[in-house]
Design a protein around this ligand. Structure first.
Ligand code: AMP
Length: 424
């Protein structure tokens, strides 16, 4: 079959790498892609926000199946539009994508389905929100309801900080995404990500992962899209995974079905492992980036039948095999990220780096200029490795990082520290 993959980051490079290996695929195309994805498969300059253009491309090029990487097109209803045009697509409909697109929607769903999550209230009024923040007291978490590109969550250590966040968000600081806020209880514990593939009815647990959101070593500095990740997360053992499926994922699927918006696609649960058990922090409606990269390294089975089974509603009969090995990825970013950074610096040494045993390098933001490879984003490369332990995967990934010559880039040097400490 002919597949079109939408997106341009490291997540999509990992998906393209995995799907390109499938015997079911005749032709794989990625829109818009990046320089690394172009090494796996053809890339085409399509504007993913222009659904009519995507549909026209699919019709002109005999595309049988569209796989959507990022959340924005999902929340904008690209799956609805493709399916209405008779083109199969992987991912949730616009209604179902509200699990990521509206924090208030998800919190209400948790409340009515009895899913463990932080206590909360929703607000549109600044005065009421501030009064609630004062009543609860810090620490508190203030969240913009809508998609805010990672800027929509403030963990406030004081009531003043919470009130300032309320004013910023409801005052229009995040545009339409902040027209409503959720104020919630602060949960303490260790965070983990849990992924399940869903077909509206059935959920198949994929694997767990942990990521590092802060820019600098020691989990310091500003929040980013993610500076590294590893899988499995040692904190999510088999029993905990079953509990997450029972208490969080399955009730969500039942509730979405009852609402008339059955959930299909990858359900990514951001969890806090509290003393009272796993609680849901948030849902994402697609693979995490960079978690997808480590998941794809560990997945032994063909990905394509799994994505098709999710779309077709036949996951019940599917089983996936995973490498028992651990995988880890180190993100290399342009200096200045997540703030201002420059594009266009030259990256060298990738072939030498990729020759390290167990290493696979995915591109997150690159472009080619003749023979030269140039940085073309904030997060630029994902240096990934498999190993018998997280520690071994980490040694291999950093050995590869050492071989990359890119003075304008930086990375964290402690990815996986929690897992490595546990292993020791
Ligand atoms: P989110 O975008 O909802 O995942 O939030 C981003 C980050 O904020 C999470 O990864 C957590 O580190 C933190 N966070 C969000 N909600 C809470 C909460 N209720 N308690 C503690 N930390 C939180």
């Amino acid at each position: 079959m002919n597949i079109l993959l939408l997106g341009s980051g490291g997540r999509e490079h990992a998906l393209a790498w995995k799907m390109a290996a499938s015997p079911l695929v005749d032709r794989l195309t990625c829109a818009p892609g990046n320089a690394g994805i172009a090494q796996e498969t053809a890339c085409v300059a399509l504007d993913v926000a222009d659904h009519a253009a995507v549909i026209a491309y699919c019709r002109d090029h005999g595309i049988d199946f569209v796989v959507v990487g990022p959340e924005a097109p999902l929340c904008a209803g690209i799956v609805d539009d493709l399916e209405a045009a008779g083109i199969k697509a992987f991912g949730p409909t616009r209604e179902a994508a509200r699990l990521e697109g509206s924090k208030g929607f998800t919190k209400d769903l948790c409340r009515s389905a009895g899913i463990p999550t932080a206590a909360y209230q929703r607000f549109r009024s600044v005065d009421q929100a501030k009064a609630y923040a004062r009543k609860c007291g810090a620490p508190l978490v203030v969240k913009a309801d809508g998609l805010a590109a990672g800027k929509g969550v403030v963990v406030a250590q004081s009531t003043a900080e919470a009130e300032a966040a309320v004013e910023m968000m409801l005052g229009g600081g995040l545009g339409a995404a902040g027209a409503e806020v959720v104020i919630e209880e602060f949960l303490s514990g260790e965070e983990a990500s849990f992924f399940a593939l869903c077909d509206g009815e059935t959920a198949l647990a994929l694997a767990s992962a942990q990521d590092h959101k802060r820019a600098f070593d020691g989990d310091k500095g500003p929040n980013t899209g993610g500076m590294g990740a590893y899988s499995p997360a040692p904190i999510v053992d088999v029993v905990t995974g079953e509990r997450v499926m029972r208490e969080i994922v399955h009730p969500t699927l039942r509730a979405m079905k009852a609402l008339g918006a059955p959930y299909k696609g990858v359900l990514y649960a951001g969890l806090m492992m509290t003393d009272a058990g796993p609680k849901l922090i948030e849902y994402n409606v697609r693979f995490g980036d960079p978690e997808c990269q480590v998941l794809m390294l560990r997945l032994m089975s063909d990905l394509v039948p799994a994505l098709l089974a999710s779309r077709d509603g036949v996951l019940k009969s599917l089983d996936l095999r995973w490498h028992p090995q651990a995988a880890l990825t180190v993100v290399m970013a342009a200096r200045g990220y997540p703030g201002a950074y420059e594009r266009g610096s030259v990256i060298q040494g990738l072939d030498e780096a990729a020759a390290v045993e167990g290493v696979e390098i995915f591109h997150a933001g690159t472009r080619r200029d003749g023979e030269r490879l140039l940085a073309d984003g904030g997060r630029v490369l994902d240096v990934c490795a498999l190993g018998r332990t997280v520690g071994e995967a980490r040694s291999r990934a950093y050995a590869a990082v050492e071989r990359i010559r890119w003075p304008q880039g930086f990375c964290r040097h402690d990815i996986g520290w929690r897992a490595v400490e546990r292993e020791q």
